[in-house]
Write a protein that binds this ligand. Structure first.
Ligand SMILES: Cc1cc2nc3c(=O)[nH]c(=O)nc-3n(C[C@H](O)[C@H](O)[C@H](O)COP(=O)(O)OP(=O)(O)OC[C@H]3O[C@@H](n4cnc5c(N)ncnc54)[C@H](O)[C@@H]3O)c2cc1C
Length: 474
């Protein structure tokens, strides 16, 4: 039954413009989905006891949840965090979605593509249309604009599986589908949604979100970009730093000070369109240690006119848009390190069982067993935290700031550790660029910095406790 829901959702999404490309297979009813030749393109290293058969079935983690979690589906709810008529997906829905994304990855985001994206530091431009055709760019968005209205657990599933294949493609995906599309979904007027969402969700346009500045990262409210009110709109001046998809973006959610003397109460969010914004430019594409191919840029605004109709949310109400957006951004991004940890296990487990030293598979040495067990346990614990937090959003409409920060804090730090362990398990081969272990480590480290650093996340959690226990401190 639930499997039919995902099929229906994806079929509905594909209905207006059936894709002739291979991605169309994603829309077929489950029984018609075939692994196709692409199954052979997944690296051998991906088969592991944890995911046994990621090539044909949902990962064992999901299978475990199936066994442990009774099917639960609450009555239809309409919460501000969700589109009209949203119904939380069941575990079967999510497992079905995971299979569909794995199918997509096998065809369109193979290890060869992921390695080449990393090597060339270039995002494969045709990936946007493929992700759009597959229905993956509007997971949390209104169906009337082409979205799937499947919620945050589903978005985490997609993010996890894309990250497992390529950390950098997945990071760009999240900047588009969460930071831009979901911000529009949550805060856009009916006219803004109708104007921007269909092209973004179809992958015809690329989205980004620009908040950070070279002098205002952790202290984002200290931003210096200004938006001066003029006849019919605002004029933006300033610059933004480290913006994911910045070099390619057509539509950018930009935060600027409309009342610079009012501190956090003087920030407004704007929708800036590259095509109609003279004075807007990407000054440079940044060269990074990891997440290579997820194009990151420095953006410049020189007297850029933005019409009043492109204010996102309330004038001077930008901090609410920003902070609420950050909670959900941290939640969905926490699935990135999950995918990277799974990728590390996909590499380490088969290698450790195939590689012999002293006449014995190295996986049979207890010191290495301990490492593999720790890698697996960290992944499963992080996974449980992320999906429990996402489930609370889907089923209760509860967005708990400390859990959104906690989920990514925990997953990100564990992912760096797991990636390092993966290199150690592989020995000399772990240090070679011909294996994906180095890429996984370089990609994983970003998650301790982007969307607020680990230190800031701890601060956010601490502040939540300060609020809760304020009555004892006075
Ligand atoms: C690859 C990449 C992609 C990004 N994508 C985007 C994007 O799409 N959009 C966007 O707006 N931004 C983006 N960012 C920016 C990112 O959010 C910031 O880099 C991040 O918030 C940290 O800010 P910062 O770099 O200025 O570091 P700083 O704030 O200068 O921090 C430096 C160090 O000081 C610590 N620190 C700072 N303040 C405190 C404190 N009060 N207590 C304790 N320690 C503290 C930090 O934890 C860190 O360890 C991206 C960054 C990267 C690297």
């Amino acid at each position: 039954m639930s499997s039919a829901r995902i099929s229906r959702a994806l079929l509905l999404r594909s209905a207006p413009s059936p894709s002739p490309s291979a991605t169309a297979s994603l829309f077929r009813p489950r029984q018609l989905s075939t692994l196709g030749p692409a199954s052979a393109t997944r690296p051998q290293t991906t088969s592991s006891p944890t995911t046994t058969a990621t090539l044909a079935r949902p990962s064992s983690a999901i299978a475990i949840r199936h066994a442990q979690t009774p099917q639960r589906r609450h009555a239809s709810t309409t919460h501000p965090k969700h589109p009209q008529g949203f119904e939380p997906p069941t575990t079967d829905d999510l497992a079905e979605l995971r299979e569909r994304v794995q199918d997509f990855v096998r065809r369109e985001l193979t290890e060869e593509i992921a390695a080449s994206v990393d090597r060339t530091n270039n995002f494969p431009a045709d990936m946007w249309a493929k992700l759009g055709d597959a229905g993956l760019l509007g997971i949390t968005a209104d169906e009337q604009h082409g979205g799937l209205a499947l919620g945050y657990q589903a978005h985490c599933v997609v993010m996890e599986e894309l990250s497992r294949a390529s950390g950098s493609v997945a990071l760009s995906y999240a900047a588009h589908s969460q930071l831009c599309v979901n911000q529009l979904q949550l805060n856009g007027s009916a006219a803004q949604k109708a104007q921007f969402l269909p092209d973004l969700i179809a992958g015809r346009k690329v989205g980004a979100l620009a908040m950070s500045e070279s002098g205002a990262g952790s202290d984002v409210v200290g931003m210096r970009t200004t938006a001066r009110a003029v006849d019919g709109g605002y004029v933006l001046n300033g610059s933004k730093m480290w913006i994911t998809n910045g070099p390619d973006a057509d539509v950018i959610v930009v935060y600027a000070k409309t009342d610079p003397d009012a501190g956090s109460k003087g920030i407004t969010a704007f929708l800036v369109e590259r095509a109609t914004s003279p004075g807007f430019s990407c000054a440079r594409k940044l060269d990074k240690m990891g997440m290579r191919g997820s194009n990151t840029g420095e953006l410049v605004f020189e007297d850029v006119f933005v019409p009043a109709s492109h204010v996102l949310g309330r004038v001077n109400g930008g901090v609410r848009v920003l902070m609420e957006g950050l909670d959900l951004e941290r939640l969905v991004l926490s699935a990135g390190p999950l995918g990277l940890m799974q990728a590390a296990l996909d590499v380490a487990l088969p290698y450790a069982h195939a590689r012999k030293q002293f006449g014995t598979p190295i996986a049979h040495f207890q010191l290495l067993q301990g490492k593999l067990a720790d890698m697996y346990t960290k992944l499963q614990a992080a996974r449980a935290y992320t999906y429990a937090t996402a489930r609370a959003v889907d089923e209760e409409g509860t967005v708990k700031t400390q859990d959104c920060a906690g989920a990514i804090l925990y997953a990100a730090e564990r992912a760096t550790e797991v990636a390092l362990d993966c290199i150690q398990v592989l020995g000399g081969m772990g240090y070679m660029e011909e294996m994906p272990a180095s890429r996984i480590l370089r990609d994983a480290k970003l998650y301790e910095i982007g969307a607020g650093t680990s230190e800031v996340r701890r601060m956010v959690i601490g502040r939540a406790f300060n609020k809760e226990y304020a009555h004892l401190s006075s």
